[in-house]
Design a protein around this ligand. Structure first.
Ligand SMILES: [Zn+2]
Length: 311
């Protein structure tokens, strides 16, 4: 009888030994091959310019950089990302981003969501106080009555003009990269036609990271950088977006916050109805001037203040 015989146990021992040896060797070979493959890919990545991939890589949904690269004779990797939006609006490109400076004791007054009739009164205050500001304009407001005229006055009086989208409707602009670009281009084109200036800085409605754009913001920012556009968030909010904020509250939010920092980008709104913003402005300018701050306009030469990215 074979089962239970000495021969049987000999075979059993041999079989067990064979498995004990074969399985680890097999697994080790398998992982070694994977390791070699990964190393090759790592080398390929190191060779490539990752600058405009950083955000795309971290995208939460399916990665768009499915490897479709090939080594060329020079050892450079050609990526074929199939990012078709890069081919849209080819003239939406403002050249390489210049070297950026961090001025000290600087205040950047910024006004979002205009222009409106209120903008004219804000311009009067700025003129009287001899300070310059930056206006993040909403494209559709330029098509309203007086919109073009106000924009021209902003430029003539030495303020900076920046883009804050055409529609400002979150669900429309943040639907996809293509949606954002379409909206952005419309505003860019409008401003250029009215002022002869190609605006090259912008601000995202809701700030650069918000609940509407959180699945696309990294890729979106990456694409905007590729086209040369620089965005600015803020480090001090006047909180004037809220309906019932008083003149005194605006002052109390802004001035002590600014005094904590050497440079400040302050968020205000110049949409119609922001009367308390208008009223608070002169005292804010006076106090910050007395504290030794200089009022500057934003441009691509200014190092941005931006919201942090999640890990
Ligand atoms: Zn806004």
């Amino acid at each position: 009888m074979y089962l239970g015989s000495v021969k049987f146990f000999k075979h059993l021992i041999l079989l067990t030994l064979g498995l004990v040896l074969l399985v680890p060797v097999g697994l080790a070979t398998h992982y070694a091959l994977i390791n070699v493959q990964l190393n090759k890919e790592l080398q390929a990545l190191k060779l490539s310019n990752l600058a405009n991939l950083v955000y795309v890589q971290q995208r939460e949904t399916e990665p768009v950089w499915q490897h479709s690269f090939q080594a060329t004779e020079e050892g450079v990797i050609d990526y074929n990302f199939d990012l078709e939006y890069q081919n849209l609006y080819e003239d939406l490109y403002v050249g390489e981003i210049p070297k950026q400076e961090r001025a000290s004791n600087a205040i950047y007054l910024t006004f979002d969501d205009g222009p409106s009739q209120l903008t004219l009164k804000i311009l009067d205050v700025l003129l009287e106080k001899k300070v310059k500001a930056t206006f993040f304009v909403v494209g559709k407001n330029l098509e309203s009555e007086n919109g073009e005229h106000i924009l021209k006055r902003i430029v003539q009086e030495g303020h900076a003009v920046a883009i804050h989208t055409y529609s400002h409707i979150y669900s429309e602009i943040y639907g996809s990269i293509e949606d954002y670009l379409r909206d952005f281009y419309k505003t860019y084109d409008l401003i250029y036609r009215i002022t002869d200036i190609k605006p090259d800085i912008y601000r995202f409605p809701g700030g650069s990271i918000n609940s509407y754009n959180n699945t696309i913001y990294q890729e979106l920012i990456s694409e905007m950088f590729r086209r040369g556009f620089v965005y600015y968030d803020w480090n001090v909010s006047s909180r004037d977006v809220a309906g019932k904020v008083t003149q005194q509250q605006i002052y109390d939010y802004v001035v002590p916050s600014c005094l904590k920092n050497s440079r400040n980008i302050i968020l205000f709104h110049d949409s119609a109805g922001k009367v308390n913003t208008l009223k608070a402005l002169p005292a804010i300018i006076d106090e910050l001037t007395a504290e030794g701050y200089q009022f500057e306009t934003l441009s691509r030469n200014v190092a941005p203040i931006t919201f942090g990215y999640r890990d």
